[in-house]
Design a protein around this ligand. Structure first.
Ligand code: GTP
Ligand code: SPV
Ligand code: MN
Length: 583
């Protein structure tokens, strides 16, 4: 296969000239192609087969120990004007960035095969889907992209018809962290990533395209590209509400997206549309409709078990690529919180010794096709997506943020989103457990200046009364002993029910300075072993703490200077004065 699209052929030729691969392979996405790549990687040791009896067609990939997570400090947004990238991004002048990274790409694919991967983000016949081509020298990337995107012949046909696509160039390079860069050129619709084979750094359709580049395009075109799961909640009467939730990395999106209703909730059903990214478009009625641009899940493995996430746990027993998990002595994958078996070899291939830390890397991941999910929504392939009733922000907060609260209006909701803070996790290189600002869970993923992004969010409020309501949740509030106050996982349905009841005007709320909170008793705790005192603690608002929080948010927002939208400052000022009145 080659292509009749001249712009694509010219780009591929130019890349081959620069990188000097031994072969060029155009991927068609077929089973035969996948089987051949898997066989080659079994041979090279890039993919190790797992116990075929209990884990048929499952493989383990061990990445380089220095290459296990996203690298935000090496991720750049390269716009002509530095202010367009904003203080939320690392920036480099496009010409300098190209020069720097092209020098690394020069000759980088010698004696390797260069794969050309045509892919589609979104249902292949959706007007909201977008095309891309990733060039890579990593067969691991090819087999992952096949699970995570609509990859191959059908995507190529649409690319040739439309003529526009995002260009992504990737090489694993020599994995030297000093020669690693993830660069984005939104004005050119292109991405260049060198020196990492890991997840979000290398599977360019995901964070690089579907969030950083897409957020830039979305702003120009009047839609939103967000780090959100999409879930359908069906009540016993058969009515389904769709909710999109933005939580930072490793803060519970995959788990919520495929939640299993607890025993106490007979007749309730949960349908997964997406677990990481949502593209939201306003429709003719002024509602927001969401599609999931992805076709698979690249999920956090540790903590996944039959209790916490049975859908994921079942799904990853076949046709799954595991990255950086441990293995048992009968070659089954193993991870902390699996609750069955015990590790014999750790994620680095060493005999397991607890002195070396966890057996599976805390950011070990599974890659699996979304179609394997028992809760996969029949609307996951709907070209126009689903109408969204509620948008929910959240993060990991030991204290302060209540279990759930509701924004007073759209602009206040935008402030709540802009104010998201969360304890850092293993999904990105760096210290874990430090609270940092992560507006809309997009700190690592927004391809332009946050001030402009908030203005874009605020612009949706104009003349529109069909917008979703906005909420904030926190599953991670702890007591003084460090124990989670809320059981989480399947029980989170109880909170989603309150959210839906609010959307349907079926339940009242308690107005506070920070937003509307449930009355104790309006969160259904039937059959739940939780005391009234704990619920009170979960739904409390400490005015003094919130005053400090709002002061810190105010300082943070000021760092965006003149570009900060006035309406955001105003709504911040209103919360501050309401807190003052309440104190
Ligand atoms: P990314 O793929 O990095 O974007 O992460 P994610 O937001 O999809 O997070 P995920 O659902 O994979 O959860 C990450 C970790 O949080 C896992 O270890 C989960 O077990 C844990 N977790 C998820 N939901 C809950 C919850 O409701 N309560 C508690 N206590 N932990 C949770
Ligand atoms: C995240 O870190 O938010 C992920 C995993 O979803 S990665 O694809 O590596 O970005
Ligand atoms: Mn994510």
């Amino acid at each position: 296969m080659t292509t009749k699209l001249a712009s694509l052929q010219e780009w591929v030729d130019a890349v081959a000239l620069l990188t000097q691969p031994e072969n060029v392979h155009w991927c068609d996405g077929s089973d035969a192609e996948n089987d051949r790549l898997v066989a080659e990687m079994n041979e090279s040791g890039d993919l190790l087969p797992l116990d075929p009896e209990n884990y048929p067609n499952c493989y383990l990939h061990r990445s380089d120990p220095s290459d296990v997570a996203r690298v935000e400090h090496l991720t750049f947004v390269c716009t002509n004007d530095e202010d367009d990238a904003g203080p939320n991004n690392h920036w480099m002048k496009p010409a300098d960035a190209h020069a720097k990274i092209d020098a690394l790409f020069a000759g980088a694919m010698q004696s390797r095969t260069m794969y050309v991967i045509p892919y589609c983000m979104g249902p292949i016949d959706s007007p909201f889907a977008r095309l891309g081509v990733e060039i890579t020298d990593s067969p691991y990337v090819v087999v992952n992209m096949r699970l995570m995107t609509r990859m191959g012949t059908a995507a190529m046909a649409r690319i040739e018809k439309e003529g526009t696509f995002v260009k992504g160039l990737h090489s694993t390079g020599d994995l030297d962290p000093d020669r690693r860069f993830i660069m984005h050129f939104p004005e050119e619709l292109s991405i260049k990533s060198f020196g990492s084979g890991y997840g979000g750094n290398a599977l360019l359709g995901k964070k690089c395209h579907a969030l950083r580049i897409a957020s830039w395009q979305a702003r120009q075109e009047g839609w939103l590209a967000e780090h959100m799961l999409i879930v359908g909640v069906e009540n016993p009467n058969g009515e389904t509400h769709y909710i999109a939730c933005a939580f930072p990395s490793a803060c519970g999106k995959t788990n919520l997206a495929m939640l299993i209703p607890p025993e106490s909730h007979k007749g309730w059903k949960i349908w997964t549309l997406g677990d990481d990214i949502a593209w939201l478009h306003p429709d003719a009625e002024g509602r927001l409709r969401a599609i999931n641009p992805e076709a698979g899940y690249f999920g956090v493995v540790p903590g996944t078990n039959a209790k916490t996430n049975k859908n994921a746990f079942d799904m990853i027993h076949s046709d799954t690529i595991f990255t950086n998990v441990a293995t048992t002595d009968d070659n089954q994958p193993w991870w902390e919180g699996k609750n069955v078996g015990s590790p014999s070899v750790d994620w680095q291939g060493r005999d397991f010794d607890e002195k070396n830390g966890p057996a599976a890397h805390p950011n070990s991941r599974f890659t699996v096709s979304a179609k394997k999910n028992a809760a996969y929504s029949e609307l996951a392939e709907a070209p126009d997506g689903v109408p969204i009733s509620a948008l929910v922000f959240g993060g990991r907060r030991k204290e302060l943020a209540p279990l759930v609260y509701e924004a007073k209006n759209w602009n206040h909701g935008v402030l709540i989103g802009a104010s998201v803070a969360s304890e850092t996790t293993a999904a990105a290189a760096g210290e874990v457990g430090v609270v940092r600002r992560d507006p809309m869970a997009m700190k690592p993923f927004c391809g332009y200046n946050f001030a402009d992004y908030w203005a874009h969010w605020l612009s949706f409020a104009d003349n529109n009364n069909q917008l979703p309501k906005i909420f904030h949740v926190n599953w991670f509030r702890q007591d003084d002993a460090g124990k989670f106050l809320w059981p989480g996982f399947g029980e989170n349905l109880r909170v989603l029910r309150w959210i839906i009841d609010r959307c349907e005007n079926r339940v009242g709320a308690r107005e506070t300075a920070v937003g509307f909170l449930p009355e104790i008793g309006d969160i259904d705790t039937r059959d739940l072993d939780i005391s009234k005192e704990t619920m009170q603690a979960l739904l409390s608002v400490d005015i003094g703490q919130w005053q400090q929080e709002m002061a810190s948010i105010g300082e943070y927002l000021e760092t965006y200077g003149d570009r900060l939208p006035k309406a955001l400052k105003e709504v911040h000022g209103k919360v501050v004065s309401d807190l003052q009145k309440a104190s």
